[in-house]
Write a protein that binds this ligand. Structure first.
Ligand code: NAP
Ligand code: GDD
Length: 327
């Protein structure tokens, strides 16, 4: 039986990847850190109706002993390291915590694998944020990195450790350089979900204005459901490697707003304002990925259009706001 172990199982990608792996017949195990709000900890897994099918293990990415213990218990065939302090803006407020979890946490995971189960396949959740001040118009596996935040610097360390453990110890460790991917399960602090939640509240008369930061930033946005399939495909390859996963289309935050407001027959100009509290000390102005290698080697392409993604997110938020549901 194939047995997967996920860190970050309670996050957006962890929930979608768990559902995907369960549909493929995997036994799915996940790491959860202790929380005072344990009743809502698995809200995303519950949302997808799979909370009772995923085996949860108490531990923390910063605690190597917990990783070693869980790997000894689970004996996974595949490991997906999705856990991170993943919100870029917070990484300036908590740079050391971000380094401890997002950078050293990955090193902990690699060390645990090397010690306990060196033949287990490993996926590292790398990020297009590593391209930062992008050195090429379309970013591929060959584009030089230029991190612009403590988060991106931490992810870069984790990325190179994944490459290094592959080259040093022969681990089957792959790094997915994923561009932004969203869904109805996206955290409310990220701009897409903040917008679709705001659109729903404005449409239902609970809000009139939505304050955002830099409307000119451009991102290559895809659907998380498509992207978790790419993670799995990477671990099905004979050889470990690094892959850019993206749609190949970039749009501004302003354009994302326009489409989301238009979905409910509203105009963004009537509702969106700019508040400098949401600006960042250093910005990543534009990201645009070149997914040619993923298409050629993994036969992977993004299946959901941006318009479909936004429609699904707005619908989910309308439903959530109407029913006053958590998430
Ligand atoms: P997310 O929703 O923020 O989930 C992060 C997960 O990490 C949560 O399950 C969180 O647990 C867990 N976590 C945080 N600190 C931890 C610790 N010390 N020990 C154990 N678990 C910890 O992120 P996501 O959007 O699913 O992204 C998944 C991964 O892909 C992240 O590494 C992210 O940086 C990376 N990535 C995401 C994107 C994107 O656009 N979504 C793009 C590129 C890369 P709690 O529930 O307890 O907070
Ligand atoms: N969060 C947020 N809130 N962002 C805003 C806002 C706002 O009110 N207004 C404008 N933005 C801009 C940000 O300045 C940024 O340029 C862009 O919207 C996207 O911000 P986020 O949604 O917070 O995502 P991110 O691109 O910084 O990071 C996400 O994608 C990375 C991959 O490129 C995260 O998921 C990272 O974990 C991931 O690695």
């Amino acid at each position: 039986m194939k047995r997967a172990f996920l860190t970050g199982v309670t996050g957006q990608d962890g929930a979608y990847l768990s559902r995907f792996l369960l549909s493929k017949g995997y036994e799915v195990h996940g790491l959860v850190r202790r929380s005072a709000s344990s009743d809502v900890m698995d809200a995303r897994l519950k949302w997808l109706g799979i909370a009772d099918k995923v085996v949860l293990h108490d531990g923390n990415l910063t605690d190597l002993s917990s990783l070693i213990r869980v790997l000894q218990e689970v004996k996974p065939t595949e490991i997906y390291n999705l856990a991170a302090q993943s919100f870029v803006k917070s990484s300036w407020h908590q740079p050391l915590l971000t380094g401890t979890v997002t950078a050293l946490g990955a090193a902990n995971m690699l060390e645990a694998i090397r010690i306990v189960c060196p033949s287990t396949r490993f996926y590292q959740a790398s990020s297009s944020e590593m391209f930062g001040l992008a050195q090429e118009k379309m970013q591929s596996e060959q584009t030089p990195f230029y991190p612009r935040s403590p988060y991106a610097a931490a992810k870069l360390y984790a990325h190179w450790m994944t490459v290094n453990y592959r080259e040093s110890f022969g681990l089957h460790s792959s790094s997915g350089i994923l561009f932004n991917h969203e869904s109805p399960l996206r955290g409310i602090e990220f701009v897409t979900r903040k917008i679709t939640d705001g659109v729903a509240r404005i449409k239902l008369g609970l809000l009139t204005k939505l304050a955002l930061g830099n409307l000119d930033a451009k991102r290559d946005w895809g659907h998380a459901q498509d992207y978790v399939r790419a993670m799995w495909l990477m671990l099905q390859q004979d050889k470990p490697d690094d892959y850019v996963i993206a749609t190949g289309r970039t749009v501004s935050v302003r354009e994302f707003c326009r489409i989301a407001f238009a979905y409910v027959q509203l105009k963004m100009e009537d509702h969106v304002s700019v508040d400098e509290r949401f600006l960042r000390p250093a910005e990543v102005d534009v990201l645009l990925g070149n997914p040619a290698k993923a298409k050629e080697k993994l036969n992977w392409v993004a299946e959901t259009t941006l318009e479909e993604l936004i429609g699904e997110m707005v619908e989910a938020d309308l439903e959530r706001v109407r029913r006053n549901k958590h998430l």
